[in-house]
Design a protein around this ligand. Structure first.
Ligand SMILES: Nc1nc2c(ncn2[C@@H]2O[C@H](COP(=O)(O)OP(=O)(O)OP(=O)(O)O)[C@@H](O)[C@H]2O)c(=O)[nH]1
Ligand SMILES: [Mg+2]
Length: 240
């Protein structure tokens, strides 16, 4: 249950007596504060020509695997840095550290998403270089992280072929607020009933402007398109 954005409250009888207006006020307040801090982060990233990407997905879609492969293949081509978000453990940060990349782990405890304040502190500690590509791996959750702007330039939603092609319709906020959708684990397509054209159609129904790439972080298939996407966005960040 998440205690920081109130998403776990739906089943509690304690909430029966709380004025609905008060809940809305508190939520508005939390999001407004978050948005202000997100703008502050964005200003910092812009000033240092840092390309900041927020990777979101349900648990296990392959965010860390995508990063491990990317950071290994693109090593030396740009100053990379990673902020890892998880409720508990440093597992993902350890995996990123093994690639030789600068990484900071944020443990959210009972929280189910990262917020701009956590990112602000992590960035202060790690001090990403000028022109860096900063990946933020959010907590695996297709719901709450959609509400929290971290100050990223682009939001990247990773979905995998084992999750079902209906996910964009069931979790529309996440797909609506994302710029790029990466469909991962395409190596498993022969073994699962996942209609990739349907998945793309569903993502575009929710967000007609969303870009879509198909990859396998395991075999490397399709990763070149992702690297090209990154290269273009990084050149744009540095040129501005
Ligand atoms: N077959 C296949 N397996 C993959 C691929 N990418 C990731 N996996 C596997 O999927 C599992 C989850 O991958 P992670 O990279 O840990 O996923 P994640 O999104 O970072 O997970 P959380 O951080 O817990 O949300 C691991 O067992 C990976 O080896 C892929 O492209 N193909
Ligand atoms: Mg991970």
């Amino acid at each position: 249950m998440c205690v920081s954005c109130g998403c776990g409250g739906g089943h509690s009888h304690d909430h029966e007596h709380i004025d609905a207006n008060k809940i809305i006020d508190v939520e508005k307040d939390i999001l407004q504060q978050n948005n202000l801090l997100a703008e502050r982060n964005r200003g910092y990233f812009d000033a240092k020509d840092i390309l900041c990407l927020n990777l979101v997905s349900s648990p296990g879609s392959g965010k860390t695997s995508l990063l491990e492969k990317t950071l290994t293949d693109l090593k030396g081509s740009a100053p990379f840095a990673v902020i890892e978000g998880d409720q508990q453990t440093s597992n993902d940060a350890d995996r990123i550290h093994a690639t030789g990349t600068k990484v900071t782990q944020i443990n959210t405890g009972k929280g189910c998403h990262l917020d701009a304040h956590m990112v602000y502190h992590a960035v202060q500690g790690m001090k990403p270089e000028q022109d860096a590509v900063l990946f933020i791996e959010n907590v695996g959750n297709l719901v709450c992280p959609a509400m929290f702007d971290l100050g990223e330039k682009y939001r990247v939603v990773v979905m995998s072929v084992t999750e079902g092609d209906d996910k964009p319709l069931k979790y529309p906020d996440m797909f609506y607020t994302s710029h790029l959708c990466i469909i991962n684990k395409t190596d498993l397509l022969p073994y699962v009933p996942f209609d990739i054209e349907k998945a793309k159609e569903n993502a575009r129904m929710v967000n007609p402007g969303i870009e879509i790439l198909e990859v396998s972080s395991l075999t490397g298939e399709g990763m070149e398109q992702w690297y090209n996407w990154l290269k273009v966005k990084q050149q744009q960040a540095v040129a501005v």
